[in-house]
Design a protein around this ligand. Structure first.
Ligand code: HEM
Length: 117
């Protein structure tokens, strides 16, 4: 089970890389107001959801516990990210503020994950 959990933490990190990496590639365009939600961002956000939910299950199966409030907050933040990226996925240009909000929420979720124990 430990190996399984570690593998899924690895996949969870690949998900963050895709979501945040996609955002970072668009930062210059964001300042010009021409950024778009690239497919890597949508797929990264979906990867976070699937691997995160499975990680909660694996931890519980292992007899351990997760911090439900922390997970609830991470899940709520991710839902907002996912909803925005999904709805606007086909738009050629996304407004600067909206695009920036998705990047900020992603970074917030990373710090919630590493600072809240
Ligand atoms: C953008 C969204 C998310 C980000 C940036 C993120 C980030 C991270 C990071 C950096 C870790 C490793 C550090 C740690 O163990 O705390 C982690 C672990 C974890 N995440 Fe996420 N996460 C996100 C969404 C979610 C969601 C939606 C869930 C569950 C529904 C979830 C469940 C978990 C669990 C259970 C672990 C701990 C694995 C273990 O037991 O060691 N995550 N997350």
């Amino acid at each position: 089970m430990d190996v399984l959990i570690s593998v899924f933490v690895g996949l969870h990190i690949i998900g963050i890389a895709s979501l945040l990496g996609g955002f970072l590639t668009q930062m210059k365009a964001m300042s010009a107001g021409t950024a778009r939600f690239v497919p890597a961002m949508l797929h990264g956000a979906l990867t976070m959801l699937v691997t995160g939910v499975l990680l909660v299950g694996f931890r519980e199966m292992d007899g351990g516990h997760v911090n439900n409030i922390k997970i609830g907050v991470k899940l709520a933040v991710l839902f907002v990210i996912l909803a925005l990226v999904y709805v606007k996925r086909d738009e050629e240009h996304v407004e600067k503020a909206l695009f920036g909000a998705v990047g900020a929420l992603t970074v917030i979720n990373i710090f919630i994950a590493v600072l809240w124990h």
